[in-house]
Design a protein around this ligand. Structure first.
Ligand code: PHE
Length: 346
């Protein structure tokens, strides 16, 4: 104990402040402590302002001690602040801990739609035979969808396609990819043409397991000199074997389309039962895969080719239908249902 009360007061102040500092455990409490012990109204600061009232001979001693206390408190404050920061960092490191040795989580991978996969296979097969892909519009005129394909107004063959008409007279959603034939021919004539035309088609039908109002077709068209029915047969047979397997047997059945003459449909031997007859082929042993024929002279003419000089063959197939056969999908509505349990399987 000192003889001088001010010195004792300062010592007591320091002891109390340092005691209190030990209880400080967060930033807010630390700030409160700073205000209480080093702030303008802190008792320590009042000692400084009262120095002038002290007897002259005591001033240096008291002033020096006050400075020491101030420095001690400031140092203690700094130390405590550093400790609190270190604690906070430690807590953060503990709670936000990241185990870098954990194996990564594989992101969900998207897949191509089964229709797209089939289309890509078909495009490859035809590309290797020299066919280009040609895209053609989905909104068509009556002329391209019907008339130029040898179906004048009121031609009964129009009933083969239940058509979506728009409110604009003569404008409709294409019912097949065949109008693309006229577009390519008019663009390329008199050069030879070897193209496939994939794309969406629309039909005003009752939706069921077998038919949708919206579906994809792939049209095949070859126009040139000396193109014969054997070219059609050879090309389409090659295509069928490449798609369904080397062992796949095919047959052509006579059929009718206004824009081809002669016309045929191609069947592939049912690969489920091997031709014996089952539920998939409905007992016939055969599955229909496409319509085809030699391009009708009128259609060649409408495309800008002289039918005396040029000939050609065409075919059209339903992409979803072929995908259904390839994967034994029993209901065409799956293609638009967007059910991942279905899509995940491909
Ligand atoms: N466009 C016909 C259809 O939709 C298919 C076809 C195309 C037939 C080309 C012959 C030639 O049914």
């Amino acid at each position: 104990m000192s003889e001088i009360p001010e010195i004792n007061e300062l010592d007591a102040l320091q002891t109390r402040a340092l005691e209190e500092l030990k209880m400080v455990s967060d930033e807010a409490a630390l700030q409160a402590w700073r205000v209480a012990h080093l702030g303008r109204n802190a008792p320590l600061m009042q000692v400084f302002s009262r120095l002038g009232q002290l007897p002259k001979e005591l001033r240096p001693q008291v002033g020096q001690r006050a400075n020491q206390v101030k420095q001690a408190l400031e140092a203690a404050l700094e130390e405590r602040a550093a400790a609190l920061r270190a604690e906070a960092l430690h807590r953060a490191l503990e709670s936000e801990r990241l185990d870098v040795t954990l194996p990564g989580r594989r992101p969900e991978q998207g897949r191509l739609h089964p229709t797209t996969r089939t289309l890509r296979r078909i495009v490859r097969i035809f590309a290797e035979m020299g066919f280009q892909v040609y895209r053609s519009r989905e909104v068509e005129s009556d002329a391209y969808n019907f008339e130029l394909l040898n179906m004048p107004a009121h031609h009964p063959a129009r009933d083969l396609w239940d058509t979506f008409y728009t409110t604009i007279p003569g404008v409709l959603l294409r019912t097949h990819t065949s109008p693309g034939q006229i577009h390519v021919m008019r663009e390329r004539a008199p050069e030879p043409v070897r193209v496939i035309l994939p794309g969406m088609c629309y039909r005003y039908e009752q939706i069921s397991a077998r038919s949708e109002i919206q579906f994809n077709q792939v049209e095949v068209l070859a126009v040139g000199r000396n193109i014969t029915f054997s070219d059609l047969k050879g090309t389409l047979n090659t295509f069928a074997r490449r798609l369904f397997g080397e062992q796949a047997r095919t047959r052509l059945r006579p059929s009718y389309f206004p824009f081809t003459e002669p016309s045929a449909e191609m069947d592939v031997e049912c690969f489920v039962c091997g031709g014996k007859g089952c539920t998939v082929c409905k007992g016939s042993g055969w599955l229909e895969i496409l319509g085809c024929g030699m391009v009708h002279p009128t259609v060649l003419q409408n495309g800008g080719y002289d039918p005396q000089v040029f000939s050609g063959f065409a075919a059209g197939m339903g992409l979803e239908r072929i995908t259904m056969l390839l994967h034994r999908i029993e209901d065409i509505r799956y293609f638009w249902a967007n059910d991942v349990r279905f899509l995940n399987q491909f």
